[in-house]
Write a protein of this length. Structure first.
Length: 137
């Protein structure tokens, strides 16, 4: 079985719409900005697009790991059963993730018998917006 990783988009949420279209909400460009550490994110989604040359049953494990320490942040596992060869869309949603450092992390998607597909991302400090109140005269 040949399985190829096409791309992964990191976003808050991926919803399937009518006629098989997807809506991605809160797309990030490689870094996730947080106001403080530790911080809990209610939902983080890895929208994976793969191609497969053999239909069948394929077991997988998806992991989010702090790159420096190897500490796990989240994990999910399951099975996909594509009915035919071709593209496979796999949005993986993780809930209530606790990030403990501003640093590099990775998401790895591993299928039995294959090297993991790895997407690296950064968690960076972004100060909360400053609200200014201007009194009316």
């Amino acid at each position: 079985m040949a399985l190829k990783h096409q791309y992964t988009v990191i976003c808050e949420q991926a919803r399937i719409e009518m006629f098989g279209k997807f809506t991605l909400i809160g797309v990030t460009t490689g870094s996730i900005g947080l106001p403080q550490i530790p911080f809990s994110i209610p939902m983080l989604t890895f929208f994976n697009v793969l191609s497969i040359d053999t239909p069948g049953t394929h077991r997988f494990v998806g992991k989010i790991t702090h790159l420096l320490t190897g500490k796990p942040v989240g994990q999910a596992q399951g099975v996909i059963q594509p009915p035919q060869a071709g593209p496979v869309v796999m949005p993986m949603q993780f809930g209530n993730l606790q990030f403990g450092a501003f640093d590099a992390y990775n998401f790895s998607l591993e299928f039995e018998g294959h090297e993991p597909f790895v997407t690296e991302f950064q968690v960076v400090h972004v100060p909360p917006p400053q609200i200014q109140v201007i009194p009316r005269r």
